[in-house]
Design a protein around this ligand. Structure first.
Ligand code: GLU
Length: 467
């Protein structure tokens, strides 16, 4: 048997959607496991909405996801617009065989007739009128009698009575091919054996299967993967939800985490953890195991996956991945940034972050002349009855203690014990004095790295501000 040929067929009409990314990854995983081919076809026939920049965005996004166009398993990109001649020839062939016919009704006339008869859609008005091509005439497919059975690897067996399928349009009045036709003719031309795509195309499938048959080819294996929904169980939409893959990438979601998370939308690897490397996914992924109910795209869960993947990185890889977030639009003056300091801080924050975009707020106090100011954090922590005394105790203790995190901690502990308090409480004003924030990397290590003079200067300044 020839090796399977999968395809991914996006329309370049906007930012690359996380749902598209999931579909692409499903196809890519299957190609890796079966030794097949991944065909990228850009369905660029909607001229009013296409743009070359979206096409480039798709190719870049796929590359980021590890779907590498230089791989021997990758074929394309092909452009659907280049095949318009083939689409028309196929349609004319169907006409010559009596499997399609011309119709002169406009869309408005079709609607008006449906309304009159209480029917739905097109009623087959021109089936036997023997019309030829003419200005504004559309070419319609003559849906045969009987039943169409779609065997879908995810949805199971779905039956469609052909008398519920209207004679759909193949060529528009201006001669341009419709999506249903172009998509099938391209799949046939590209010898596609497996169509794995979004569930929203399921209603198209019986029509497309009829076309495969009419064109003399056995239909491919179908698999329609579940839609992605948001927290309100509504289909993810560009207007409502954050759907652009690029945006998650810019926020510092790692490619490995995104790949891992997207694969688990509707599917789960065997075993008790969903955090698995790509090699495991390739070995285990089966379309038959994909759940057909809608999958919740949970941004919080994605951040948790990302955190797990961040923690799996080597310290060097983490420092490397952090670089884009330490440069450019960051709140500190560039001359104060110090790579050596960051390298010491990095292991402390690697265990604490979700997305890499959280890094600047975790480390900015090291590189700013003064800690960032947060009035809420200040009020919350400095209004306690022990805040001033805690800062006094720290100023005095830090002046003389050995300079390591343990000793810094011992100074605050001595004060805390003497007052019968808890370290969790007494740390808060010290943290805000030194870092400006209520959360951040471990405090005593941070003070050690910031240095004795600068830490004491900040604590003294905060103490003065309380008065
Ligand atoms: N171009 C179609 C889309 O982006 C995909 C069609 C298909 O996968 O068959 O929705």
């Amino acid at each position: 048997m020839d090796s399977p040929r999968y395809r991914f067929a996006p329309s370049p009409t906007g930012f690359f959607h996380v749902g598209g990314a999931r579909t692409a990854l499903y196809n890519w995983a299957l190609v890796q496991r079966t030794g097949g081919t991944f065909v990228l076809r850009i369905e660029d026939t909607d001229e009013s909405r296409n743009s070359p920049e979206w096409t480039q965005g798709i190719i870049d996004a796929l590359a980021w996801l590890g779907i590498d166009s230089s791989s021997p398993r990758f074929e394309g990109p092909y452009f659907q617009s280049a095949n318009a001649g083939l689409h028309r020839d196929a349609a004319m062939g169907l006409f010559e065989e009596g499997k399609a016919y011309w119709c002169d009704l406009t869309a408005e006339q079709v609607q008006a007739r449906a309304k009159e008869t209480g029917g739905q859609g097109y009623d087959g008005h021109s089936r036997d009128r023997g019309l030829g091509p003419g200005p504004g005439h559309v070419l319609r497919f003559r849906v045969p009698e009987g039943m169409t059975v779609v065997d879908d690897l995810v949805r199971g067996r779905v039956e469609f009575q052909n008398d519920t399928i209207e004679d759909f349009v193949l060529l528009r009045g201006n001669g341009s091919p419709m999506f249903l036709l172009a998509n099938v003719v391209d799949d046939i031309e590209m010898r596609i054996t497996h169509v794995v795509r979004a569930e929203e195309h399921l209603p198209n499938t019986p029509k497309q299967q009829l076309l495969w048959d009419a064109l003399g080819h056995a239909a491919p294996v179908w698999a329609h993967v579940p839609v992605l929904v948001n927290e309100q169980r509504k289909k993810l939409s560009k207007r409502r939800d954050k759907v652009a893959l690029e945006q998650y990438r810019a926020e510092g979601i790692l490619a490995d985490a995104m790949i891992n998370y997207l694969m688990t939308l509707g599917w789960a690897p065997a075993g008790d953890t969903e955090i698995v490397p790509w090699e495991r996914i390739v070995g285990d992924f089966r379309l038959e195991d994909v759940n057909h109910s809608p999958a919740f795209f949970d941004v919080k869960k994605l951040a948790a996956f990302n955190g797990d993947h961040v923690r799996m990185m080597s310290p060097e890889a983490f420092i490397e991945a952090s670089q884009p977030f330490l440069q450019g639009d960051v709140p500190w003056a560039h001359e104060r940034f110090d790579a050596g300091t960051f390298a010491r801080v990095a292991p402390l924050i690697q265990t604490r972050i979700g997305a890499l975009s959280e890094i600047p707020a975790m480390v900015d106090f090291f590189f700013l002349a003064d800690p960032p100011s947060d009035p809420d954090a200040w009020t919350k922590t400095m209004s306690s009855d022990f805040a001033a005394d805690a800062l006094d105790a720290m100023s005095a203790g830090l002046a003389a203690c050995p300079w390591d995190a343990e000793s810094v901690k011992a100074v605050l502990e001595a004060f805390t014990d003497a007052r019968g308090l808890k370290l969790g409480k007494t740390q808060a004003p010290v943290r805000v004095a030194v870092t400006g924030r209520t959360v951040g990397p471990p405090l005593f290590e941070s003070i050690q790295i910031l240095g004795r003079d600068e830490s004491m200067r900040r604590i003294t300044a905060a103490r003065a501000r309380i008065d």
